[in-house]
Design a protein around this ligand. Structure first.
Ligand code: PRX
Length: 651
């Protein structure tokens, strides 16, 4: 509530710039018309978007088949994602795009490559044939564990070309996390690299793949891109070099004509249990959603150079580095490395050199840049920028204002986009030529999208009260399920309210209709815009032999939004535990990955529990954030407080 109250005091409003508005893909009039249609007849609105923005081999018989919670969009239609992202830019009136940059790629060491639409089409066709040669058939899953190199986008698009759903696993996940995701999806082939460059040094990926695949009997082959040139072991017959396979591959590979509901990809995300969920997206609806939102929200034009800093291991990389952007025939920039290698101005130097026009990043990154100092962006000419975006977490008004002033030179609209792995595409966002922005608010729903803020009974709350963010109507990019677990799908998203999607976020909606999304209200933490389940970290900790019990909570952090705090009861008492910190951090890194490492580990002889034995998370959250003082020590030895707490049954 305190956060909501401080945001409510935010009175600054930024109207769309008239020059921008005049040229915008969607101007005020268009947006008003679409909003009306989207509210009254959402299916008609989405059908128009599908017709205008996507190419189909066969039209649909029915726009939507909604048997809650299962939706089918564009029923009976046939299309292909790689066709929409590539072939159609080489045909008819768009044929000139053959020599237009599709991907501008920059490696961390400073090497770069440009792939035109003609190049990308050829590479994708060749790799699609490579996959076929390895026995990958329509419907087979392919796991991708790669650095941010063009081959990642090529592999994704090649999978879509033949109808093999991909399962991209972020390169920061550990061998164990990768193994679980490969096995859960039942992937037949894994695509990886010898490594990638990060913070000025090669980072090995292949060793993790070897470890994972040793315990993944479903995998028949591993394809390895040579990126760093570091020595890496290649298992005879199973492991094959990308460049060897590509040397002999034909570039003739017609796109498979896939059903609109054909599985497109599975992407794992954290939930409230220890086991990540494989979020399933399908073809036609997802493509319509991401293509339309890219065109409207990022205002993509043929002369734009668009840069989204997300890794393709996350949903943002899927929807708004690759699919939505290429489907519009735009130029997407991919960068391999970190923002402070070799210097703290790397991002701004890239923007200046490539004359980037649209820049999309996360609030955590923005807060980090603020801490690094204005001198870094100020060294560079950022005047090419015309539009900025944020995603992944709430943005505090101060960070928004800094982004507006220092990066946007006070001239660029900012689109704060709310969405999730599950929604596939953006759901709430400003439209830069039509909607006034307020620092900290994601503003209004996209036309055809119907979010609301409700109380526990599902009744819309009256402003300025906060509540739970829900979606009341199906949308084309919505998840179609959790891979292999329809019960969990129903339970997680559809059991709270009837026929209504429960997003797991807290929000507030002001009288004007503007949304202020406050963040997760479940046991999921948002660390630097990445989702980590408290249970996942807890399971990792308790799997260590010297840990008897563990509880994990998030605490507010100025830079990363939330930081992980672990309360651990070690076998053999607190004193034995104190020496464990380093070992436990390593253990979590091994079990999940470095992104899940607690910022703080506190040892305790017992965890505060209710009489029924539930860990009192709220109390731990208070202690972690310093609201309930546990003294200055890193331990919670003083448990005289516990006796009192045990009396209470609240959790
Ligand atoms: O809590 C919300 C937050 O990120 C969550 C979704 O995380 P993930 O599936 O990893 O996708 C991130 C990229 C789309 C949401 O439940 N979130 C995302 N965007 C915003 C946000 N919170 C506030 N404002 C946003 N713009």
């Amino acid at each position: 509530m305190a956060d909501i109250e401080s945001l409510l005091k935010e009175k600054r409003v930024f109207k769309p710039d008239s020059k921008f508005a005049r040229k915008a893909n969607w101007n005020k009039k268009t947006v008003e018309a679409y909003r009306k249609q989207g509210a009254r007849k959402p299916e008609r609105f989405w059908a128009k978007m599908a017709k205008d923005n996507v190419s189909w081999f066969k039209p649909w018989k029915k726009v939507l088949d909604w048997k809650p919670p299962f939706a089918k969009w564009f029923v009976g239609a046939k299309t292909n994602v790689s066709y929409n992202c590539l072939d159609r830019h080489l045909e008819g009136k768009n044929a000139w795009r053959k020599n237009k940059a599709a991907i501008i790629w920059e490696g961390e060491p400073g090497d770069s490559r440009v792939l035109t639409y003609g190049d990308l089409h050829r590479e994708v066709c060749k790799f699609a044939n490579v996959l076929k040669g390895l026995g990958v058939k329509k419907g087979d899953r392919v796991a991708l564990y790669m650095p941010m190199v063009p081959e990642l986008a090529i592999a994704m698009l090649a999978c879509t070309r033949i109808g093999a759903p991909h399962n991209v696993v972020f390169g920061g996940f550990s061998a164990d996390a990768l193994r679980d995701r490969i096995n859960d999806a039942g992937a037949k082939v894994v695509i990886t690299a010898d490594g990638g460059f990060r913070r000025g040094a090669p980072l090995d990926l292949k060793t993790a793949v070897d470890e994972a695949v040793a315990k993944a009997p479903c995998v028949t082959n591993v394809v390895v891109v040579k990126r760093t040139g570091e020595a890496c072991s290649m298992k005879a017959k199973r492991d094959l070099w990308w460049h060897d396979l590509m040397a002999d591959a034909s570039s003739d590979c017609p796109p498979a004509k896939l059903d609109s509901e054909h599985p497109l990809f599975i992407l794992y995300t954290s939930g409230t249990t220890g086991k990540p969920k494989g979020i399933l997206h399908t073809t036609g609806g997802y493509l319509t959603h991401v293509t339309t939102t890219s065109k409207a929200i990022f205002d993509l034009k043929d002369d734009d150079t668009y840069w989204c800093t997300a890794d393709c291991g996350w949903i943002t990389g899927h929807s708004y580095v690759v699919y939505g952007i290429l489907a519009n025939g735009a130029t997407t920039l991919m960068y391999e490395g970190t923002p402070n290698t070799p210097g703290f101005d790397r991002f701004w130097e890239i923007i200046e050199r490539y004359r980037v026009t649209i820049f999309y990043t996360a609030p955590t990154a923005i807060r980090t840049f603020i801490r690094w100092g204005d001198e870094h962006p100020k060294k560079h000419d950022l005047s090419s920028l015309r539009l900025l975006g944020t995603v992944g977490e709430p943005i505090n008004p101060e960070a928004w204002m800094w982004y507006h002033r220092v990066i946007g030179g006070k001239r660029c609209p900012i689109v704060d986009t709310w969405w999730q792995t599950e929604t596939g595409g953006i759901m709430i966002s400003a439209l830069p030529g039509a909607v006034a922005t307020k620092p900290g608010s994601a503003t209004l729903p996209f036309p055809g999208i119907d979010p609301a803020v409700v109380d526990e009974d599902g009744k819309p709350v009256t402003p300025p009260n906060g509540g739970f963010l829900v979606l009341r109507k199906p949308w084309p990019g919505m998840l179609r399920g959790i891979w292999g677990d329809p019960e969990r799908f129903k339970e997680t998203y559809w059991s709270q309210y009837k026929n209504t999607y429960f997003a797991g976020d807290g929000a507030h909606r002001e009288k004007s209709g503007y949304f202020w999304v406050m963040g997760r209200i479940d046991d999921v933490m948002n660390i630097s815009g990445h989702r980590i389940g408290t249970m996942e970290v807890e399971s990792a900790l308790v799997s260590h032999e010297k840990v008897a019990e563990a509880a994990v909570v998030g605490r507010p952090d100025e830079i990363t939004g939330t930081a992980i705090v672990a309360f651990v009861t070690p076998v053999g008492g607190v004193d034995a535990g104190k020496k464990l910190s380093g070992e436990l951090l390593q253990h979590v890194t091994k079990e999940i990955g470095a992104i899940a490492k607690p910022a703080d580990i506190r040892f305790t002889d017992a965890l505060p529990k209710t009489r029924s034995g539930k860990i009192m998370r709220r109390l731990l959250r208070d202690i972690a954030s310093g609201k309930e003082s546990a003294g200055d020590t890193t331990t919670l030895e003083d448990y005289s407080v516990l006796a009192k707490l045990r009396e209470s049954d609240e959790n």
